[in-house]
Unconditional design. Structure first.
Length: 114
């Protein structure tokens, strides 16, 4: 996966080239929900807003939908993989996308001044 590509619906294939720690970093920057798959077979879905990679027990923080007041804390050691399952709420909203959209909007009007 090229990091410039959209992560939405991506299911990483962890390997020597793509570590869980790197996927966690991408997930923290992602603006949609993720699905965390754990070693015990359970899953947790929510917005990953933090990670503590340098603590005694490295872990992630996940805000789950449905009104749960306390975020989940999941140790790295419990995680098998992370799927990027939620819609990226900021996809297509970068400044470059804004400039492209403005150029396309102005292009049909460019010839009308003559």
């Amino acid at each position: 996966m090229n990091e410039d590509q959209d992560l939405q619906n991506w299911v990483p294939e962890l390997s020597e080239e793509l570590s869980l720690a790197h996927v966690i970093d991408l997930a923290v920057d992602y603006r949609g929900d993720v699905t965390v798959i754990k070693h015990d077979g359970s899953v947790a879905v929510g917005y990953m807003f933090n990670r503590n990679a340098n603590g005694a027990t490295p872990s992630i923080s996940l805000m789950t939908p449905g009104g749960v007041e306390q975020p989940l804390s999941i140790p790295y050691a419990d995680i098998v993989n992370i799927k990027f399952t939620g819609r990226d709420t900021a996809a297509g909203k970068s400044y470059a996308a804004y400039q492209d959209r403005k150029q396309k909007e102005q292009a049909p009007n460019a010839g009308s001044d003559q």
